[in-house]
Design a protein around this ligand. Structure first.
Ligand code: ATP
Ligand code: MG
Length: 420
């Protein structure tokens, strides 16, 4: 019987992964300009890291984690996000002792037991960006600017960055109380989950995707009216600086993000092209998290971006990218095959994408293969040609042919032809 992949866990085939590679290259180029450096963390962590780091009342911890016991009976979880793991690494390796703001980026798979649908999977990939060591609004701006710069470099269409301030432990309780009062009065119209959230964490209701709850959310109290002076100033400076740098954004006073650890700045990049799963990226400031996970009281801020959603938007708008093959070597006869294997090794060693046929078919079949591989050039090495110490280079698009002598300048000549 055929064995298939697990529901919600996809293979990313080469046709699609070429787009992903482009995204990852742009990621490194853009983020490194801002001083972010790559960090890699394990796929598995102790379950308590996520419980403590993400928050017991979040959807992720309540119902989305892949948690199991390993052979020694320890409870482990496949990471549902990267922030908690990166904070753990930051604390574990005492990276805060460096005396500077530490900035990281990361790329890898995440696991959440959600209902698979368009833009929502059980294994999905995120790009993750985190910075530790400053509460200054200029770091918030750097983070948001890097997100904008990244999306802009990829020419992602129709995205808007939405921002909000979620207050801090000093001013949020009053807002939470106002929310509780407001939603208690309309409790009967809330969905089952939100009735629960009303007791445990009313802020979560703002995040509910059920349409009837969403209606109520639109008229809920506005957090702007509850911010303390320090949060209001911080938010004001973030917005002013974004404007000065011409980074387009929109404020959304009801965006709270799904995780417990955010304070002050929260933001999302949303796209009209994505339908219901409209968020491409989301993040915010998490000043208490490092301490909560056993480190010193050091502020942090970051965001995560969904690769599948990003690739989906790019796929809709762009020409499909295709893999390129610089040269296909068509060899006829044993001696020619030996010659082509050696020549391919040489050209590959010099950075050219080179292919040849793995079987002994005729010229027609080999030229067909050259087309299938998308080769720009084909080099025809026949028995006659070898005798005459020459090969024929064919431009596959124009069909123009040139004869080149076989001598020690051949690979140089080929390389200069291929780089045109
Ligand atoms: P959503 O509100 O869509 O559930 P979220 O708030 O749970 O998103 P985060 O935890 O902030 O998402 O993750 C950041 C990004 O990761 C999202 O904006 C999205 O692009 C992507 N993402 C999150 N969950 C999934 C999933 N199950 N499948 C694919 N991408 C996802
Ligand atoms: Mg979610």
């Amino acid at each position: 019987m055929e064995i298939r992949s697990i529901r919600g866990m996809n293979d990313i085939l080469p046709e699609a992964s070429i787009q992903w590679k482009n995204i990852r290259q742009t990621m490194a180029e853009v983020l490194e300009c801002y001083g972010f450096r790559e960090i890699l963390v394990p796929v598995l962590e102790e379950t308590r890291l996520f419980k403590r780091g993400i928050g017991e009342t979040t959807d992720i911890v309540e119902k989305e984690m892949y948690t199991f016991e390993d052979r020694s009976g320890q409870s482990l979880t496949l990471r549902p996000e990267a922030t908690a793991s990166i904070v753990r690494a930051y604390v574990q390796h005492h990276l805060y002792q460096s005396g500077k703001v530490e900035k990281f980026y990361f790329w890898g798979p995440m696991f959440r037991y959600e209902r698979p649908q368009k833009g929502r999977f059980r294994q999905f990939y995120q790009i993750d960006v985190e910075a530790f060591g400053s509460n200054d609004p200029s770091l918030d701006v750097d983070i948001i600017a890097s997100l904008y710069h990244f999306l802009d470099t990829l020419s992602v269409p129709n995205v808007t960055i939405e921002i909000n301030s979620l207050g801090c432990p000093a001013c949020r309780p009053a807002y939470q109380k106002a929310l509780k009062d407001y939603f208690s009065a309309v409790r009967d119209n809330l969905c089952g989950d939100c009735k629960n959230r009303l007791v445990r964490n009313p802020l979560r209701i703002l995040d509910c995707k059920v349409p009837s709850c969403h209606e109520l959310v639109l008229k809920a109290p506005d957090i702007q009216n509850f911010l303390c002076d320090s949060c209001r100033n911080h938010y004001g400076t973030v917005r002013n600086t974004l404007e000065r740098l011409s980074i387009p954004y929109r404020t959304n006073p009801r965006m709270v993000r799904g995780l417990d650890y955010y304070v002050q700045t929260a933001f999302e990049a949303v796209s009209e092209n994505l339908g219901a799963q409209s968020a491409v990226a989301g993040g915010g400031r998490y000043d208490g998290l490092v301490q909560q996970l056993g480190g010193p009281d050091i502020p942090g801020i970051g965001y995560a971006m969904g690769m599948e959603r990003l690739a989906m938007i790019l796929e809709d708008m762009s020409q499909p990218l295709s893999w390129k093959c610089d040269l296909f070597i068509a060899a006829l006869g044993e001696e020619a095959r030996r010659f082509s294997i050696d020549l391919a090794a040489k050209l590959r060693g010099e950075g050219k994408i080179c292919e040849f046929s793995y079987d002994n078919k005729g010229l027609k079949a080999q030229m067909k293969l050259a087309n299938r591989l998308g080769a720009r050039f084909a080099l025809i090495v026949g028995e006659d040609e070898l005798q005459k110490k020459q090969v024929v280079l064919r431009n596959m698009r124009t069909r123009e042919q040139t004869t080149l002598p076989i001598n020690n300048t051949l690979s140089e000549k080929l390389k200069s032809n291929l780089s045109i």
